[in-house]
Design a protein around this ligand. Structure first.
Ligand SMILES: Cc1cc2nc3c(=O)[nH]c(=O)nc-3n(C[C@H](O)[C@H](O)[C@H](O)COP(=O)(O)OP(=O)(O)OC[C@H]3O[C@@H](n4cnc5c(N)ncnc54)[C@H](O)[C@@H]3O)c2cc1C
Length: 294
């Protein structure tokens, strides 16, 4: 059907705007970062006056980046802006009209919603087709390479989104530099402390997310600490003294300290004050092993 668009290129973006101007009902499928970008763009475009819907099969927006509390604020903003929000909802079927256009979507629970433009933002899939029938190793997510960019075959290197892991620009660039350096004999290794690292600013509310939220919540032995007031929400997950993931929303002042704690591999079990009250002066107490000494 011609009224279904992804969001990957500038052409996709132009197509959404052009089709969106004529549409009465626009549906975005998927509330990850790209789905949220799409719905925000549609909301902010004054030439688009359609009824907007957002469908997400998880129980919250941005399930990889946010937990239920931090996603709630964006949920409220979408509802305030009259977006029809369908959480814990899976699209089962697209219903075509005589002109081969999708006129409605059937969701789980036998709910049918009308649409004349659909933006699909349900995730990425690495292009590994050309590796079929070769000896180069890849898995369900994508190409497999080590911290030097080396694949299992000598002299074949990889970098970026093709790995299907941590698909962000900064990681792709860094991995590209590392792989090409090693290819020409300059030894370099990837030392990025977090592959899943996102910042967002939907509706002017800033949030930083580190780590895959859906993963660490279910990891045994993880300790989760939360600090909340009316201006900010902070959550840090740690295990055996090391930070596994975090969410900072609203007041992002603490992210500098947090980043240093992670970058320097600081063992926070040695910290004798609240994890949310550490400041730069505390770093003067670090010994050579990055342990806190008071
Ligand atoms: C809508 C959108 C918004 C985004 N926003 C952000 C953001 O705010 N911040 C951020 O950090 N990241 C963002 N990203 C992700 C970021 O764009 C990617 O992580 C980054 O572009 C990855 O770079 P790459 O070189 O690995 O892959 P790509 O940029 O995808 O480049 C891969 C290239 O390889 C080509 N190719 C594929 N298969 C073959 C083949 N078999 N032979 C030859 N060529 C091939 C493709 O055509 C493409 O040109 C966004 C992505 C999208 C789609």
């Amino acid at each position: 059907a011609e009224n279904v668009v992804g969001l990957k290129t500038l052409e996709d973006c132009s197509a959404i705007i052009e089709l969106g101007k004529k549409a009465k009902n626009i549906v975005v499928i998927g509330a990850g970062l790209i789905g949220m970008d799409a719905i925000s763009g549609l909301l902010h475009n004054k030439e688009i006056n359609a009824n907007l819907s957002l469908i997400e099969m998880s129980n919250r927006l941005l399930p990889l980046q946010l937990d239920k509390i931090s996603s709630k604020i964006y949920e409220e903003k979408l509802i305030e802006n009259k977006v029809n929000l369908y959480l814990s909802s899976k699209v089962l079927k697209a219903n075509l009209n005589n002109e081969n256009l999708i006129e409605s979507l059937t969701l789980e629970g036998d709910l049918t919603i009308p649409c004349d433009l659909i933006v699909v933002a349900t995730g990425i899939k690495s292009n590994t087709d050309f590796l079929q029938n070769t000896k180069v190793e890849f898995d369900r997510k994508g190409l497999i390479f080590n911290e030097k960019g080396e694949t299992n075959i000598k002299d074949i290197y990889g970098a970026g989104d093709v790995s299907g892991r941590g698909p962000i620009w900064s990681v792709a660039v860094k991995e590209g530099i590392i792989a090409t350096s090693n290819m020409v004999g300059i030894e370099r290794v990837m030392d990025d402390f977090f592959v899943c690292k996102s910042t967002m600013n939907f509706f002017g509310i800033p949030t930083l997310s580190l780590g895959d939220q859906s993963l660490y919540e279910n990891t045994e032995g993880i300790i989760i600490e939360i600090s909340e007031n009316e201006n900010s929400y902070k959550k840090i997950a740690h295990k055996d003294g090391y930070i596994y993931g975090a969410i900072i929303q609203g007041d992002l002042e603490y992210t500098g300290v947090l980043t240093q704690l992670i970058r320097l591999d600081v063992d926070i079990s040695k910290v004798k004050k609240s994890i949310f009250n550490i400041d730069y002066s505390d770093f003067f107490h670090l010994d050579a092993n990055c342990e806190f000494q008071y």
